[in-house]
Design a protein around this ligand. Structure first.
Ligand SMILES: Nc1ncnc2c1ncn2[C@@H]1O[C@H](COP(=O)(O)OP(=O)(O)OP(=O)(O)O)[C@@H](O)[C@H]1O
Ligand SMILES: [Mg+2]
Length: 377
């Protein structure tokens, strides 16, 4: 009997040991699962936090479940303060709120463009998807992509095509009109026929210049022509630019001053000439009668800084950010009258950038402008 009891006791002890071993194993497994889940959660959070897109998750009552750092920045809100709050109250954006609401109600993904003042106006593409558990919608998540830049490029492209067509059409229409007048009889009117031919010549020249500028621009942009860098003497390039416009300078009785030493820089001489020509051309065209032009260059650390300053009409501040865009002119009628197409400064900008430099402008309406070319020395 004693032996039996003993045996029973031993068996029990053995059973307990197995049980506790199993329990220990289970706990270990559970701990490892929790650890795995925690790691996954940390990774997911890290991904969400590092996203530049704003991410917002809400429950089926439209209470905020989660927002990432990008959302905090975009809406100027703090997650501790908005968690659990109504979405519209938290983000104060009716169209986005409406979109998320629809996603929850209809249980399907949505996509819409949303404009926001942040405080500058930006455009976002909001994409939403329902959150579901076991086939039941329990909320929604929204991701906001900033498409402002894409929209801007799209607008510029559309404007570009419209502008090219318009710019080509204007001189062409004028040529057609002159030709028609000549054919209608003016050809035999010796006192006028020459005037019409001169008009045709002027408009054909405009067309030629425009196409030349467009080709230049697209070649520089597409990097089709490799830069032929050599040591260029800046004073010579500047002197040549001024020399080319001698007639126009005399007509306006402008004084040209030059403060350029023997600075040399590694540049493509043809392109650099083109850039400086364009700046000097503008300094003349938009100058006043008896005005002044100053060309100044100096070396600043690893840069050559070339300034082209004029005492002309100046550029209103609101136009400054756009003058380097293709076809952009402050006063369209005036510039066209002067034979301009608004391509000069975009060519200058591209040339500067292709050399690893940049172009800047300061201007005071009514007093003058100063364009600065920064090029690596
Ligand atoms: N020095 C300047 N002073 C005042 N306005 C200027 C000056 N330079 C440029 N602008 C303004 O910027 C616009 C764009 O200049 P840009 O050189 O690109 O074109 P454009 O001179 O009109 O034509 P293009 O140079 O193609 O013949 C001009 O139309 C003019 O309104
Ligand atoms: Mg110009």
């Amino acid at each position: 009997m004693g032996l039996g009891l003993d045996f029973f006791g031993l068996k029990k002890h053995h059973q307990n040991e197995t049980l506790s071993r199993r329990l220990k194993e289970n706990i270990e497994q559970l701990e490892s699962k929790i650890h795995q889940l925690e790691t996954t959660q940390i990774h997911t959070l890290a991904v969400l936090e590092s996203m530049t897109e704003a991410v917002i998750a809400v429950d089926q009552e439209e209470r905020v479940l989660f927002i990432n750092a990008a959302t905090e920045g975009l809406f100027q809100i703090e997650r501790q303060k908005v968690k659990g709050r109504n979405l519209l109250e938290a983000i104060r954006n009716a169209p986005l709120n409406e979109l998320i609401l629809k996603t929850v109600r209809q249980s399907e993904p949505k996509s819409e463009e949303i404009q926001m003042l942040t405080p500058i106006e930006r455009v976002f593409k909001a994409q939403t998807a329902p959150l579901s558990r076991q086939g039941k919608t329990i909320g929604a998540v929204a991701v906001l992509h900033d498409v402002t830049e894409l929209k801007r490029l799209e607008r510029i492209r559309k404007e570009f095509v419209a502008n090219v067509s318009h710019e080509l059409k204007t001189p062409l229409t004028a040529i057609q009109a002159s030709v028609e007048t000549l054919l209608d009889g003016a050809i035999n009117d010796s006192s006028h026929n020459r005037k019409f031919l001169e008009c045709i010549e002027k408009d054909a020249q405009r067309l030629h210049n425009l196409i030349e500028d467009l080709l230049q621009l697209s070649r520089i942009e597409s990097k089709e022509i490799p830069l032929k860098k050599e040591n260029v003497a800046l004073s010579e390039t500047a002197r040549r630019a001024v020399g080319q416009f001698k007639k126009a300078i005399q007509q306006k009785n402008l004084t040209v001053e030059m403060e350029i030493g023997d600075e040399k820089l590694p540049a493509d001489s043809v392109q650099l000439q083109r850039a400086i020509d364009n700046l000097v051309d503008n300094a003349i065209k938009y100058n006043k009668q008896d005005g002044r032009i100053l060309l100044r260059a100096r070396k600043e650390e690893n840069w050559i800084r070339l300034e082209v300053e004029d005492t002309g009409i100046g550029i209103p501040e609101e136009n400054l950010p756009r003058i380097f865009e293709r076809f952009y002119r402050v006063d369209k009628a005036r510039s066209r009258e002067l034979g301009g197409t608004g391509l000069g400064l975009s060519i200058v900008k591209h040339i500067a950038e292709r050399h690893g430099g940049r172009v800047e402008v300061t201007s005071r309406p009514g007093q003058g402008s100063c364009f600065t070319l920064w090029l690596p020395a």
